[in-house]
Design a protein around this ligand. Structure first.
Ligand SMILES: C[C@@H](N)C(=O)N[C@H](C)C(=O)O
Ligand SMILES: [Zn+2]
Length: 242
């Protein structure tokens, strides 16, 4: 499978879930720890960054974790998933929006509030913008931010997690090699291959990807539904945790 995944370009076209798939999602909606398997590790990224409202355990819907395990089983044993983040409280979602807005403000001091807001909103969902997403995907427990490791090394995905740049667009390295980007052709093709492995393994088991972030995947939430033009099923998971 890994050869097939690495050779298949990134296409944002997905199989529409069947009624059975939907019933299965609904029947596996309880909150569980993503670390159900020694091949899935939480990085606790936002807790380490001291973003407000983070939790000690990285949770997600059971369906998400089961599908993540399925994706992993399609890959050789030396591959593991490193999860940056999954379920997120609304407090963290607000804090993250503020964090990235402030980071962009520092990097672009001449930009107006509205320009900075638009840059930020491309990469982070504002919890008050319910006309875009009724429930922020991570708050529903249906979203995952993750990358792949091979043995002890992170695969080269071309950008850092949460890098606010077009190079984070999932299919950025599908375009022809461009030497003005400042990396070798060899590295360009390696990044392309690594992103394909992550994207195609997740897509194969039913996840959709947020097209501007190579690391973000959804199942059963508003973002998944928008991508598939279907209904969404996972409401806020926060209420059920209180
Ligand atoms: C901030 C980034 N890691 C992320 O999760 N972005 C998506 C779009 C979100 O905010 O839900
Ligand atoms: Zn995300």
């Amino acid at each position: 499978m890994i050869k097939k995944f690495s050779e298949t370009p990134i296409f944002f076209e997905y199989k529409i879930p069947s009624e059975n798939d939907i019933n299965w999602l609904k029947n596996n909606s309880n909150a569980i720890n993503v670390e159900q398997n020694f091949r899935i590790k939480s990085l606790h990224t936002y807790k380490n960054m001291k973003i407000n409202g983070t939790q000690d355990i990285i949770l997600a819907r059971q369906a998400v974790v089961l599908k993540l395990n399925e994706a992993l089983e399609l890959l050789p044993n030396e591959y593991t998933f490193a999860v940056f983040d999954a379920f997120r409280t609304i407090e963290t979602q607000f804090a993250l929006f503020r964090y990235i807005y402030n980071q962009q403000k520092q990097m672009n001091p001449s930009k107006t509030h509205s320009e900075l807001y638009d840059i930020t909103r491309e990469f982070v969902i504002h919890p008050n913008e319910t006309s875009r997403y009724a429930i922020p995907p991570h708050n529903s427990g249906g979203a995952l931010d993750l990358t792949l490791k091979h043995e002890d090394s992170f695969l080269d995905m071309g950008t850092d997690f949460d890098a606010v740049t077009p190079a984070s667009y999932t299919n950025f390295f599908e375009q022809e090699f461009n030497e003005n980007f400042g990396i070798s052709k060899e590295r360009w093709l390696l990044i392309r291959k690594n992103r394909r492995i992550l994207f195609n393994s997740m897509k194969y088991v039913g996840f959709t990807n947020f097209q501007v972030e190579w690391w973000h995947f959804d199942l059963g939430d508003c973002m998944w539904a928008k991508e598939l033009e279907q209904n969404w099923y996972f409401h806020s998971m926060e209420k059920s945790l209180k």
